[in-house]
Design a protein around this ligand. Structure first.
Ligand SMILES: NC(=O)c1ccc[n+]([C@@H]2O[C@H](COP(=O)([O-])OP(=O)(O)OC[C@H]3O[C@@H](n4cnc5c(N)ncnc54)[C@H](OP(=O)(O)O)[C@@H]3O)[C@@H](O)[C@H]2O)c1
Length: 329
């Protein structure tokens, strides 16, 4: 398995497994196949498993915990805290980065995961009402207590990351990064990561499935699928984005790989300090996605991809307005 260094710390598999869709957002769940997919990933040497307390909510951590039982040493478990759902309406969200909450959230995640130490603990979203120094200070206490090994932030700006690193080393910044979401390259995030020795972990590297070419119509989604209301997947945006994907498919066909593999190879080609955590609930797709590790893109190919899919080509924002407000740009 190809590995990459996380921050100044451990080497983990260059491709991780995003477990979110196994319990939330993307329609029907099949826990047995999801657990088999996690087992298959570990058997193939993929060790970076990504979850969060708000996926489910909570059930995704329980699922991951079940899957790694008896295989703890094979897994590098990353989870997140900080997005708080209103119990009466999970669509209503807040952010909590207060120190006492950080401690309580960590204890709850450890319990659900059934482990003694979280390998990588991310703040899921920066709390605008709590100085980052206070939140990361509490996260550092978790490291000192042996409950967490490495720290991460998600969707934090370069400036916030710099402040956080003064309190405690940050191993990883997790952000959406893919052919259709180039923000980390344009908003200074990737540059800040490089300056500070922080790895960039690309989430939704397959554009929530769209870049694979498998999604042909909004009708492909289950009734409760989150993407039915996501700006890039609705109305004219869907049709325009589909035209871009047709071009990705053509380049992939020339290269002799699948569109999903091309999309992942593009992310991994952005630097040795970039990792990707594609999500899938199926073993067959995991195998396909791991095939991206064998797809090497040269400078001319990256240029050709840029020509058909330039950084600002996508139609629609990546979240609705409320979600965009939670991003610490
Ligand atoms: N930090 C954050 O705020 C944040 C936000 C979103 C996600 N994440 C993390 O990032 C992970 C990955 O992101 P994501 O799941 O949103 O999006 P993604 O990895 O871009 O795409 C996942 C979607 O693509 C489909 N898929 C995967 N491989 C495929 C293939 N080879 N061919 C066709 N379809 C394929 C999956 O369906 P199947 O399951 O049916 O294969 C799923 O619907 C998540 O699981 C989560 O852990 C973090």
């Amino acid at each position: 398995m190809q590995t990459r260094t996380l921050g100044h710390g451990p080497r983990v598999s260059a491709l991780g497994l995003g477990c979110m869709g196994m319990s939330a957002f993307y329609g029907a769940h099949d826990d047995a196949e999801s657990i088999a997919t996690i087992h298959h990933a570990l058997e193939r040497g993929l060790n970076l498993l990504d979850t969060a307390d708000m996926y489910g909510p909570h059930t995704n951590e329980v699922l991951v915990g079940k899957a790694i039982k008896g295989r703890r040493e094979q897994a590098f478990v990353a989870t997140k805290f900080g997005i708080v759902l209103d119990p009466s309406d999970p669509a209503v969200r807040g952010v909590n980065g207060r120190p006492e909450y950080v401690h309580a959230a960590c204890d709850a995640s450890l319990k659900r995961l059934g482990i003694d130490t979280i390998d990588l603990y991310y703040q899921h979203r920066v709390d605008p009402n709590v100085p980052i120094e206070e939140t990361v200070g509490a996260m550092a206490e978790l490291v000192a207590a042996g409950k967490v090994r490495y720290l991460g932030l998600s969707e934090a700006s370069g400036a916030t990351l710099e402040r956080a690193c003064k309190v405690h080393p940050i191993a990883a910044l997790q952000s959406e990064f893919s052919l259709w979401t180039r923000d980390p390259q344009t908003n200074g995030m990737l540059a800040a990561c490089r300056k500070l020795g922080v790895s960039l972990v690309a989430y939704s590297p397959l554009g929530r499935g769209f870049l694979t070419g498998a999604i042909r119509s909004p009708d492909d989604f289950d009734a409760d699928d989150y993407r039915r209301s996501s700006p890039r997947f609705i109305g004219d945006n869907f049709a325009r984005n589909l035209q871009l994907v047709e071009q990705v498919k053509a380049i992939a066909a020339d290269k002799g790989c699948s569109p999903a593999q091309l999309a992942l190879a593009w992310v991994l080609a952005q630097g040795e300090d970039v990792l990707a955590i594609p999500g899938t609930r199926k073993r067959s797709r995991l195998d396909e996605n791991l095939g991206a590790l064998d797809v090497q893109l040269g400078a001319a190919e990256l240029k050709a991809i840029d020509a058909v899919f330039p950084p600002d080509a996508v139609s629609g924002t990546r979240y609705v307005e409320e979600g965009m407000r939670m991003v610490n740009a």
